[in-house]
Design a binder for this molecule. Structure first.
Ligand SMILES: Cc1cc2nc3c(=O)[nH]c(=O)nc-3n(C[C@H](O)[C@H](O)[C@H](O)COP(=O)(O)OP(=O)(O)OC[C@H]3O[C@@H](n4cnc5c(N)ncnc54)[C@H](O)[C@@H]3O)c2cc1C
Ligand SMILES: NC(=O)c1ccc[n+]([C@@H]2O[C@H](COP(=O)([O-])OP(=O)(O)OC[C@H]3O[C@@H](n4cnc5c(N)ncnc54)[C@H](O)[C@@H]3O)[C@@H](O)[C@H]2O)c1
Length: 452
């Protein structure tokens, strides 16, 4: 081991890697992180953080609407250029803070596209580095469309840097990125068109609530075009584009955002040459996140598995690898119930067993609680907010879905209750603050849960 430059080299500077890098460095190992773009990766620089910061005022405006005719007057609107300046002030330096933290810890940061010479040797810009173990955390990138005029189409990273809100934005796809950004753009005053090749929207989320989101977007003036694909894009001038569709219709627009999925960063790294198996979804791993080459592991979005591609799952895998490498955990990776949120307005959050699965299974019972109406005094007049509790045969909570503005906070409490297998007695042993949305949910949940 001592002959290598590093004990562990991490390719990719996102959440999939840096948590393990820090833990292993603190344990005294020699560590390097190779990053070709920006340390911190997608989430920190051009994903979750920028998205939620820009979404803040849209969320507030959405909540203000709950009080129309109920105590709030006046018009508030989003000033996109000012909001974008605020985003730059708060996000642009984040990677420098991370870089400082890594350097202070004694981690070597090597800038450039990493490629394999052999299973223990990586090259970057004609320099070679050796490592005992190597972790691939290279993430995903937006899938581009191979059509004439594709150079006029933007991706999520461009949107999160957009200096002005275009008058009309057209989104391609009805997945997570498209629906979140369409909600935000619509609230920021843009006319929005969403084009999809089928009628499916957000297959991973409960369709009961997806339908409500779709209707609220339609009510706000958003146009959906289903069963159509873009054939080509013509540029009329700098901000006037024409999309020709497979159904022979045309859409005139000022900005096009492609959100038709994300593909793994596995090319030009010499993976096939050294025997690391990949497929269309990413890098093939076993239950220890080990690739088909014994000293090479993979973590985060680039792993080919059915685990949701999210920052907390990348972080979980990173922490798992650190413990595995330190010999603190020798077991296969075991994922707890995974909490996730769709940041539309309102939000949809879910954890554990999915609602659409539970509703058609004899294994589970579902309790639907319209907590928005029940606890209107504390839900800021959000009368459509709803939770679904999913119980197993033992009356333990195994899943939950929350539809409402505070869903991302509420789902985390429910995730804890699931992971700790908490009973009604456990919940009643805690004194929670009142009034709050969480205490409302917990008090109802305790009525259905196993007692001890
Ligand atoms: C618009 C958007 C919004 C999102 N919102 C959320 C959200 O709200 N909540 C949530 O949980 N998740 C969200 N995600 C998903 C989240 O960003 C990812 O799950 C997370 O970033 C995965 O981390 P990672 O380290 O696996 O990959 P990444 O963060 O993508 O990091 C991979 C890094 O590897 C580098 N790299 C690739 N190849 C090489 C190479 N050969 N050599 C050197 N470096 C290389 C890349 O430059 C990149 O920096 C969002 C994603 C997007 C795009
Ligand atoms: N809140 C969050 O957790 C969050 C937010 C943003 C992104 N993400 C991550 O980003 C990824 C989602 O990215 P996404 O929304 O781009 O992908 P997606 O897979 O969610 O959606 C892709 C959409 O594009 C459509 N599509 C595919 N090919 C098409 C074509 N040729 N023409 C028109 N439509 C087409 C699909 O039908 C689908 O609606 C996931 O990995 C997710 O985990 C998560």
């Amino acid at each position: 081991m001592t002959n290598y430059n590093y004990d562990v080299a991490f390719i990719g500077g996102g959440h999939a890697n840096w948590h393990a890098a820090m833990t292993l460095r603190q344990a005294g190992l020699k560590i390097a992180i190779f990053e070709k773009d920006t340390i911190g990766g997608t989430c920190t620089n051009y994903g979750c953080n920028a998205k939620i910061l820009l979404d803040g005022p849209a969320d507030v405006l959405h909540q203000i609407k709950s009080y129309e005719n109920n105590g709030l007057v006046g018009n508030t609107k989003i000033d996109w250029p000012a909001l974008m300046a605020y985003k730059h002030a708060n996000i642009d330096h984040r990677h420098l803070e991370l870089e400082g933290m890594f350097k202070q810890a004694g981690i070597d940061l090597i800038n450039g596209h990493a490629q394999f010479i052999n299973a223990h040797t990586i090259t970057v810009k004609d320099q070679s580095f050796t490592a005992d173990k190597i972790v691939l955390g290279t993430g995903l990138r937006p899938r581009t469309l191979d059509i004439p005029g594709s150079e006029y189409i933007h991706d999520s990273r461009d949107f999160l840097d957009m200096p002005n809100m275009p008058a009309h934005i057209t989104f391609l796809g009805t997945g997570i990125v498209s629906m979140e950004f369409a909600s935000l753009a619509s609230m920021a005053g843009a006319k929005v068109t969403i084009i999809n090749r089928s009628e499916h929207i957000l297959k991973e989320y409960p369709q009961k609530y997806v339908a409500k989101i779709k209707q609220s977007l339609i009510d706000a003036g958003v146009e959906f075009i289903f069963n159509a694909e873009v054939v080509d894009v013509l540029k009329i001038n700098d901000d006037h584009l024409t999309l020709n569709l497979s159904d022979n219709n045309k859409v005139e627009t000022n900005y096009i955002l492609n959100a038709v999925g994300r593909i793994p960063n596995i090319e030009n790294m010499g993976l096939a040459k050294i025997g690391v198996q990949t497929n269309n979804h990413g890098i093939v791993v076993n239950e220890f996140l080990q690739t088909t080459v014994a000293n090479i592991y993979a973590s985060g979005d680039v792993v080919s598995n059915a685990i949701p591609k999210l920052t907390p799952t990348a972080t979980f895998e990173s922490n798992y690898l650190a413990q595995l490498f330190l010999g603190m955990n020798k077991r296969p990776i075991g994922y707890p119930a995974i909490a996730q949120t769709l940041f539309t307005l309102p939000r949809i959050s879910q954890v554990g067993v999915a609602l659409d699965v539970a509703q058609v299974s004899d294994e589970y019972t579902v309790q639907t609680v319209p907590y928005g109406k029940m606890f209107l005094f504390s839900t800021k007049n959000e009368d459509q907010a709803e939770v679904n509790f999913i119980f197993d045969k033992e009356q333990l909570l195994v899943g939950a879905t929350v539809f409402g503005d505070e869903a991302p906070e509420l789902i985390n409490i429910l995730a804890l209750i699931i992971s700790q297998k908490m009973t009604a007695t456990d919940l009643q042993s805690v004194i929670f603050a009142f009034p709050s949305q969480s205490i409302g949910l917990i008090s109802v949940l305790a009525r259905y849960l196993k007692v001890r």
